[in-house]
Design a protein around this ligand. Structure first.
Ligand code: P6P
Length: 331
């Protein structure tokens, strides 16, 4: 069977599903090309002197890794000239990025976490790039922060590239989820995981247990039941994973099922993960794959953002498990 590359897949989606205007198709291909460059830098690691701290901090109050800055710059430079975008927003930048005046503006807004889980870099554990695409409000050519504050249900595309043993790009444009593996010999992303689906039932959960003292009662109850195993109320044993990169957690769930939680972890914030460029794109993907994604109480894609770097609690994955957490919050 002939290999279906990302380019061919997108052309066929444009032709058949009419979900993919040429400008959006070009944007997705440009993001994919940028992710190849990021993959190359990540894979070189110490050989290219790209490990360690950059000596700078970001809006999140986090020390930036050299590769955080490199990945952010690669995405900005790849996407600013193509004419698909009116603006960009990044976890690594305080304010939205305005398309420089010498380039044409387009109809879309691109939001991204350029290197999700970057604390894994120096210990050679998977990291990812997460991206989300919104339409720029009609008539807006100089988008402000307010133009990015759209609920996740308005996304027209979302995806991540996971830099693991393989480099894989996983994408939705609103009609299912498809995974592509980077063939380094040809430089193409090749369709290897068509029609990804989250199994309804699971025996695997992911959470950072070190935050247990901060969890609200419904999460304490739910995790306690999983840990009780077959003799507990859930009647089965569970396994646990925690990778420290949301892209890796979500990828595992899309491939073999499970549930991932990053609940409210302290009085001063609703959760750690960022709504616009982590939770929203991952929620879109997980729902498109038949799973569910909430903040414990409401659907993530329904949350109306109030600020660009807003944080949110996350519970996503197997619908059966997410529904239990929602029920316990409502009890
Ligand atoms: P913790 C990475 O910094 C990230 O934003 C997500 O990718 C990841 O799931 C989470 O934070 C890990 O946070 O507190 O468990 O290290």
């Amino acid at each position: 069977m002939s290999r279906i590359t990302l380019s061919r897949f997108l052309i066929e989606q444009q032709r058949s599903a009419n979900l993919l205007p040429a400008e959006l198709r070009f944007l997705i291909e440009t993001v994919a090309r940028a992710c190849k460059a990021i993959s190359h830098a990540v894979n070189k690691g110490a050989l290219a002197g790209v490990l360690g701290e950059a000596g700078t901090g970001n809006i999140q109050g986090e020390a930036q890794k050299k590769l955080d800055v490199i990945a952010n710059d690669v995405l900005l430079e790849a996407n600013e000239w193509g004419g698909s975008l009116a603006g960009m927003a990044s976890e690594e930048m305080d304010l939205p990025y305005a398309i420089p005046g010498q380039y044409p503006k387009g109809a879309y807004l691109l939001l991204f976490d350029p290197l999700d889980g970057s604390s894994n870099i120096d210990v050679n554990i998977s990291v990812g790039t997460i991206f989300s695409v919104l339409r720029c409000p009609d008539g807006v050519t100089e988008p402000t922060e307010a133009d990015f504050l759209q609920p996740g249900s308005r996304q027209v595309a979302a995806g991540y590239t996971l830099y693991g043993p393989q480099t894989m790009l996983v994408l939705t444009v609103g009609n299912g989820v498809n995974g592509f593996t980077l063939d380094r010999e040809t430089g193409s992303f090749v369709l290897t995981h068509p029609g990804m689906q989250v199994p309804a039932e699971t025996r695997e959960f992911a959470i950072n247990m070190s935050n247990q003292r901060h969890w609200e009662a419904p999460v304490q109850r739910y995790i306690g039941e999983l840990l009780a195993g077959a003799t507990g109320p859930r009647g089965k044993d569970y396994n646990m994973r925690c990778v420290g990169a949301m892209a890796a957690e979500v990828h595992r769930i899309l491939v073999r099922g499970g549930v991932f939680l990053y609940p409210k972890d302290g009085a001063e914030r609703p959760g750690k993960l960022r709504l616009l460029y982590e939770a929203n794109p991952m929620a879109f993907l997980v729902e498109q794959a038949g799973g569910a994604a909430t903040d414990g109480r409401e659907r993530i894609l329904d949350i109306v953002p109030t600020e660009l770097h807003q944080r949110v609690a996350v519970c996503l994955g197997a619908r059966e498990e997410v529904d239990v957490v929602t029920r316990y919050h409502a009890a």
